[in-house]
Design a protein around this ligand. Structure first.
Ligand code: PRP
Ligand code: URA
Length: 207
């Protein structure tokens, strides 16, 4: 699928399989979700621009590099919070915006209940964090809100996505790249991803 970047790494495959396993308890689920999220994020940030920077070492000086782009992380509450700490471990200086969305369990339509973004989103690279992309409704809503606030350069970091959600998202926003650990088969009648890993938020938060 266009603009879907499937991340591949043995440690990611190992941890993703533990996440999929219905027998995995909350503690292990959290630990392996963090590993998967961090590996996906390393790939999602691979194309960041850098500029040269020379620093004094204890012995002499060394030519190095520093990030030449400003980022904003936007976790989609609740499940996206699972990816925030792993993201901040590798991007500790990054501002964070929040959007709270909840799918109605009957209709699978997303309802927004919270939003707080940094003031300036223009000329920033925005990484939306949401482990699951099912129908695409939550991500489409998130992107519309970010665009409304001036954001232009946006990508998504996910863990498991469904083809239906990718098609819906790219119908509206074909330019938005999705970085993910897995592209699964399809959605079931209840709009859950198959084979998937169940309800990510419930498993991560133990609800
Ligand atoms: C999950 C997930 C996404 C959404 C994906 O959240 O974290 O935000 O579903 O589904 P969609 O692509 O069909 O919109 P959920 O609504 O279950 O809320 P939660 O994060 O509070 O568990
Ligand atoms: N949200 C989840 O947490 N899991 C799914 O399979 C679909 C949406």
């Amino acid at each position: 699928m266009d603009n879907v970047h499937l991340v591949s790494h043995p440690l990611l495959d190992h941890s993703l399989t533990i996440l999929r396993d219905r027998r995995t308890g909350t503690g292990e689920f959290r630990r392996h979700a963090a590993i998967v999220a961090q590996i996906v994020l390393l790939e999602a940030t691979r194309s960041l621009r850098v500029r040269s920077r020379t620093v004094p070492t204890p012995l002499t000086s060394a030519r190095g590099k520093q990030l030449a782009e400003e980022l904003v992380l936007v976790p989609v509450l609740r499940a996206g919070l699972s990816m925030l700490e792993p993201a901040l471990e590798i991007l500790p200086q990054t501002p964070v915006g929040f959007i709270g969305l909840e799918r109605d369990e009957r209709t699978a339509l997303a309802r927004a209940y919270y939003q707080k973004f940094p003031i300036d989103l223009e000329n920033k690279r925005i990484i939306v964090l949401d482990p699951m992309l099912a129908t695409g409704g939550s991500l489409i809503d998130t992107l519309a809100r970010l665009r409304d606030r001036g954001a232009r350069d946006i990508c998504a970091a996910c863990i498991v996505i469904a083809p239906e959600g990718v098609r819906a998202l790219h119908k509206h926003y074909p330019e938005v790249a999705i970085h993910t650990a897995a592209l699964d088969s399809h959605l079931n009648e209840a709009k859950y991803i198959v084979p998937g890993l169940g309800d990510f938020g419930d498993r991560y938060f133990g609800t």
